[in-house]
Design a protein around this ligand. Structure first.
Ligand code: ISL
Length: 523
C-alpha cells in the first residue's frame, strides 16, 4: 500500500513555475538560464514557495522555446548545460525547495536523431514507425492524410521530400512542424522515455510536469475531425486528444515513478469533463493533474464558484489532490484577464487569496507575485510559432513570457546585463521591480509573502474538508474544516465581514468592510 496522497509533500505544496528564458540571465546573452535561477533561490525562499517547476531546459533548437526536444537527457547550453542543473538541484535542496522538470512525451524536435533517421530511411521503414508518416490524399498524394489542424494553426501535417528527391509522405505534428508527434504504439518510445525519467530522477529531480499528458495516444486510422478546432483550444470530442489508450501509457510511467518514493507527476490534462479528467488521477496513473478551470473564468462570483466546485468534484472522483492555477506561460496573466490596470491587479490579488485558501496544491507563475500584466508587444518581436502558423491572426503567448524586472529604473531591470533582452521589457515596469516591492509593505510581493507565510504556518489551512457558506449575491464564502474562512467580494459595493479575526485582506479593510474586488481570510 502506498502512503495516502494527503501525506505527501506535494499535497499542499506551493509550486512556482519558472519560465527559464525569463527568470534571470546570468551570462548576459539576454536569455534567462539556470544559473540565473540559482541566483534567485534566496528570493524564492523569501517568497515562501515549496517547489519549482521549470519549463523545458533540455537540448532543443527552440522552435517552441524548449518544447521541441532534440536530446531529452542533456541540458541545453543556452540554459547552462548539465553542470548548471546539478548546481540548481543542490542549491535548491539545501534550501528545502524541490525541483520538478517539464518532460515532453507527445513529440520530439524535428532535429531529434530519430526524426532525422526517419527522413533518410524512407517509406515503410522502422525509423518512420516511431512517428506518424502517412501517404497523402488526392492526386499524387498532394493533400494531407486527414483534416487535423495544428494547435498553433495551419495543417497538422507537413510533407517531406524523399531521399530520391521526389515529393513524399506527410508526418503528423499537433503543434509546430518542428514538433513531430511520436507513435507511442512503437515500443522504442516508452523504453526511451523510461530512460529519460530515470536519468533525471537519479540526478535528484523531485518529479515531472508532463506536457500534453492527454495527447500521446492517437485513434487508430487517424479519422478526420468533425469540427475545425480553434487555435490553442480543443474540445473533449476532438480525436487528436484524450484517446483512452493514453491511460496504459500513464500506468507504465507510474510503474517507473514508484521506484522513487516522493517523486511526483503533474499532468497537463486539458480535458473538461470531470469523469474523463479524473481517469488520469487513478491510483496507478498521475499524482496530480492541472485543472485549468480558473484560467478560463471571469471575475464573476457564480463562475468562480462553479469552477471551484467542479475542480473539487473532479478530484474527489479519484480521491486526488486538487490543484489550482490562475496563470501560466500558455494562458496569459490573470491581471490582464481580470480587466488590467488597478482593477485587474486588485482582482488578481483577491483571487490569489481564494486559490491559496483552497485545499490542495497551488501553482504560481513567475511574475504573478509582482502583479505583472501581459505585455502588448509589437509584431516584429513576436516569437511564438502561433503568430506565423495562424497567418498573423493569433498573436500567441509571448505577452505573458516577458522577462521579470528585478531592480533599477530602466530595462533590462537587472534581469540581464544586456539591454536587448529576448523579449523587450516595458519602461513602466520600473515601478514593479522586485527591489522596489521588497521594500514596500503594501506591494503585491509583500502581500504574497505574507499570504504564503500564513498558509504555511497557520493550522487553520490544514484541514482537507471544505464547505461553502451562505453568502450575498456577488460574494463567495467558504470554510476549511480547521476554521479558516475565505470571503471574496466580486460585487460593486463594500461588504461587512462576518464575525471572526481578520488574518489578511487583499485590499485594506475600512471599519471591517471589505471593498469590491477584494478577498479576506478570517479565523
Ligand atoms: O489545446 C489547448 C488547450 O485546450 C492547448 O493549450 C494545448 O493543450 C497546449 O498548448 C499544450 O501546451 C503545452 O505543449 C505545447 C507547448 O507549446 C506549451 O507551451 C505547453 O504548455 C507543445 O509542447
Amino acid at each position: 500500500m502506498s502512503t495516502p496522497s494527503s501525506a505527501q509533500w506535494w499535497s499542499s505544496a506551493v509550486f512556482y513555475q519558472v519560465y527559464p528564458r525569463s527568470f534571470a540571465d546570468s551570462n548576459g546573452d539576454g536569455v534567462g538560464d539556470l544559473d540565473g535561477l540559482v541566483a534567485g533561490l534566496d528570493y524564492l525562499q523569501l517568497l515562501g514557495i515549496d517547489a519549482i517547476w521549470i519549463n523545458p531546459v533540455t537540448v532543443s533548437p527552440m522552435a517552441d522555446h524548449g518544447y521541441d526536444v532534440s536530446d531529452p537527457r542533456d541540458i541545453d547550453p543556452l540554459f547552462g548545460g548539465m553542470a548548471a542543473l546539478e548546481r540548481l538541484i543542490a542549491a535548491a535542496h539545501r534550501r528545502g525547495i524541490k525541483i520538478t522538470m517539464d518532460v515532453v512525451p507527445n513529440h520530439t524536435s524535428s532535429a531529434h536523431p530519430w526524426f532525422q533517421a526517419a527522413l533518410t530511411a524512407g517509406t515503410g521503414s522502422a525509423a518512420r514507425d516511431r512517428y506518424f508518416f502517412r501517404d497523402g490524399r488526392g492526386p499524387n498524394g498532394s493533400l494531407p492524410p486527414n483534416n487535423w489542424e495544428s494547435v498553433f494553426g495551419g495543417p497538422a501535417w507537413t510533407r517531406v521530400t524523399e531521399p530520391d528527391g521526389s515529393p513524399g509522405q506527410w508526418y503528423l505534428h499537433l503543434f509546430d512542424a518542428e514538433q513531430p508527434d511520436l507513435n507511442w504504439e512503437n515500443p522504442d518510445i516508452f523504453d526511451d522515455f523510461e530512460k529519460t525519467l530515470r536519468f533525471w530522477l537519479e540526478r535528484g529531480v523531485d518529479g515531472f510536469r508532463i506536457d500534453v499528458a492527454h495527447g500521446m495516444a492517437k485513434p487508430p486510422g487517424l479519422p478526420d475531425t468533425l469540427d475545425h478546432a480553434q487555435v490553442l483550444r480543443h474540445t473533449d470530442d476532438d480525436p487528436r486528444f484524450n484517446h483512452p489508450n493514453v491511460h496504459a501509457i500513464h500506468r507504465d510511467i507510474r510503474t517507473v515513478i514508484n521506484d522513487y518514493p516522493g517523486a511526483v507527476t503533474i499532468g497537463e490534462v486539458w480535458v473538461h469533463d470531470n469523469a474523463r479528467w479524473a481517469q488520469y488521477l487513478r491510483a496507478d496513473e498521475l499524482h496530480l493533474g492541472f485543472n485549468f478551470r480558473l484560467t478560463r473564468t471571469d471575475f464573476d462570483a457564480t463562475e468562480i464558484h462553479d469552477a471551484i466546485q467542479n475542480s473539487l468534484a473532479a478530484a474527489a472522483i479519484e480521491s486526488a489532490v486538487p490543484t489550482w492555477t490562475l496563470a501560466n506561460h500558455d494562458v496569459g496573466r490573470e491581471v490582464t484577464r481580470y480587466g488590467g490596470g488597478q482593477i485587474g491587479l486588485r482582482r488578481a490579488r483577491a483571487m490569489a487569496m481564494v486559490m491559496l485558501a483552497l485545499p490542495g496544491a497551488v501553482f504560481l507563475y513567475n511574475g504573478q507575485e509582482l502583479g505583472l500584466p501581459d505585455v502588448e508587444l509589437p509584431d516584429e518581436v513576436l516569437q511564438d510559432p502561433t503568430w506565423e502558423r495562424s497567418g498573423h491572426t493569433e498573436r500567441g503567448r509571448d505577452g505573458c513570457r516577458v522577462p521579470i524586472p528585478w531592480s533599477g529604473n530602466a530595462p533590462p531591470f537587472g534581469f540581464s546585463t544586456r539591454p536587448d533582452t529576448w523579449l523587450p521589457m516595458p519602461d513602466q515596469w520600473a515601478a514593479v521591480t522586485v527591489e522596489k516591492q521588497l521594500d514596500d509593505p503594501a506591494s503585491t510581493l509583500s502581500f504574497f509573502r505574507h499570504a504564503l507565510q500564513l498558509r504555511r504556518e497557520r493550522a487553520e489551512f490544514d484541514g482537507g474538508d471544505f464547505e461553502w457558506l451562505t453568502a450575498p449575491r456577488d460574494v463567495l464564502m467558504f470554510r476549511r474544516s480547521d476554521g479558516l474562512v475565505c470571503v471574496l467580494n466580486a460585487g460593486d459595493r463594500g461588504l461587512t465581514l462576518p464575525a471572526g479575526e481578520p488574518l489578511l485582506a487583499s485590499s485594506p479593510l475600512l471599519d471591517g468592510v471589505l471593498p469590491p474586488d477584494a478577498a479576506a481570510w478570517l479565523v
